[in-house]
Design a protein around this ligand. Structure first.
Ligand SMILES: O=P(O)(O)OC[C@H]1O[C@H](O[C@H]2O[C@H](CO)[C@@H](O)[C@H](O)[C@H]2O)[C@H](O)[C@@H](O)[C@@H]1O
Length: 275
């Protein structure tokens, strides 16, 4: 792991000093789960369950804060089993799905979810024609219930297809009062009312946390990075962790600690607990 500045090392120390009251939010894809070509094949890094279990015992609470539907993240990460193991040790696991629009906890076991945004159904009906016009008819469409994601990763030239799609998908989304969330070879269209920064702030407040850590790898995590930095400016110890990849080098400068993908995240969490 690498600190991005001397201040960053001090932020790490400050969080470690109040660890028992700290909340930890972690993104799923690219942070706890290595990025794979097929979004449906994503799974937790093999070291993640053990590291999260150890972490949960040492901190106030742990949350997976993801753009995925909570149900899907729970299934892919076997998070209900992990949550039960945490409960056995007196700790709690939360999952905030759809960028904080959904909520699940190991204690509650029910997913609290809003209705899909108005306009999404019409957007989805019009989407194939927009993809054809943009020369991207073979993009993979992931229907997510509250959102839809258009993936270019498995196309011949993923970056070029992504660039061709940003404008027409933005125009179509805006026509239906929806927001565009660009990510790693994916353009997601969803309601713009919630983001991970709000999820982090709400998590800190409800847990009366004495510190906060957030780890992420993609543009959808930037608001959470900003929330940690803003809370820190108000006096709460905080640490921003970037799970780095060649696909998103621009996120490094927003972080305090940079690690090498999900394996690096697992290593960092273990070090934090053992320190
Ligand atoms: O907030 P996250 O947990 O990071 O979820 C964001 C999106 O991640 C997924 O896509 C990403 O991971 C896929 C599997 O590794 C990869 O194939 C894709 O290229 C990545 O962008 C997911 O499919 C989306 O629904 C999430 O919004």
């Amino acid at each position: 792991m690498e600190f991005t500045s001397d201040d960053a090392r001090a932020h790490y120390d400050a969080v470690r000093d109040v660890l028992a009251g700290v909340v930890v939010g972690l993104d799923f894809d690219g942070t706890l789960s290595p990025v794979v070509d097929d979004p449906e094949s994503a799974r937790l890094h093999p070291g993640a369950p053990g590291a999260l279990l150890e972490l949960a015992e040492a901190v106030r609470a742990v949350a997976v804060i993801t753009g995925r539907p909570a149900r899907q993240a729970i299934a892919m990460g076997d998070l209900d089993a992990l949550g039960n193991a945490m409960l056995d040790r007196g700790a709690e696991l939360f999952v905030f799905g759809h960028y904080g629009n959904e909520r699940w906890s190991a204690t509650d076991q029910r997913i609290r979810s809003p209705r899909p945004p108005a306009g999404l159904a019409t957007f989805e009906r019009e989407l194939p024609s927009v993809l054809r016009t943009a020369g991207a008819a073979d993009a993979f469409i992931e229907e997510k219930g509250l959102a839809v994601a258009v993936h270019t990763r498995r196309m011949d030239d993923p970056a070029a297809a992504f660039e061709r799609l940003v404008k027409p998908l933005t125009v179509l989304a805006e026509r239906h009062h929806l927001s565009v969330e660009p990510g790693r070879n994916v353009i997601e269209v969803r309601s713009g009312e919630m983001h991970k920064g709000q999820a982090v702030r709400a998590f800190v407040a409800e847990q009366e946390a004495t510190g906060v850590v957030f780890g992420g790898d993609d543009l959808g995590d930037v608001e959470a990075f900003e929330a940690v930095r803003a809370l820190r400016a108000d006096g709460l110890p905080g640490l921003v962790v970037c799970s780095a990849s060649h696909e998103r080098p621009d996120l490094v400068e927003l972080a305090d600690v940079v690690v090498d993908g999900p394996a690096g995240v697992v290593d960092l969490l273990s070090r934090l607990v053992r320190a």
